[in-house]
Design a protein. Sequence first.
Length: 231
Amino acid sequence: MTAAAPSSAQLQTAVLARYGTLASTCGSLSCGAALDRAAPAPGETVVDLGCGRGGDVVRAAALVGPLGLAVGVDLSEEMLAAAARRAALVTNVRFVRSALAPLELADASADVVVSNCAINHAPDKAAVYREIERVLRPGGRFVVSDVVAERELPEAVRSDPAAWAACYGGAITEAATLAAARGAGLEDVRVLERTEPYEKGSVRVLSLTLHGTKRSGPAQGVTAPRRERTR
């Protein structure tokens, strides 16, 4: 039986406390090269989920050019403030304070969705992938780099808010990750890269980079609520 995760309030408190502190540091917070793998093209709209200090948002803005748009999404006010400072001279960026599910973005508003080491913090990974499917335009693509568990985590880890904030307590297995993405109606879901397992806390995890696309026509058998989100 899967152990109960901490409450949403406990998770938000722990995650925001950790990332509020990390907002003023300069170390890397990613676990892969999602943006490079996604290869945004000029004129596209790119959404970075869990954008942190905005480094990939600024890079994406340069890749899509003046006719494109880079959107950074994060729940941490401190991270968004740091990102806004970094992107102060960049005109084709926008930052949105939002949870990963639901996303405060409109339906079919992105050509590309990327994320680095963020979805593991979400208590409902399937809901996040449903939101990715919702905000992608038909034919759009996503690349996610995240931490996954080598096997199902023990209850002591799954129920520890500090472990979730440290990017391993909320990790699910590779099989569960693929199932969440495919269950959202996303297609061509495949692993681009996986690291060797490593120790994190008292468990073994690895970093996984996942790719998928949104079908060009209406999804069959997948019903998702359609909501207008703040642009």
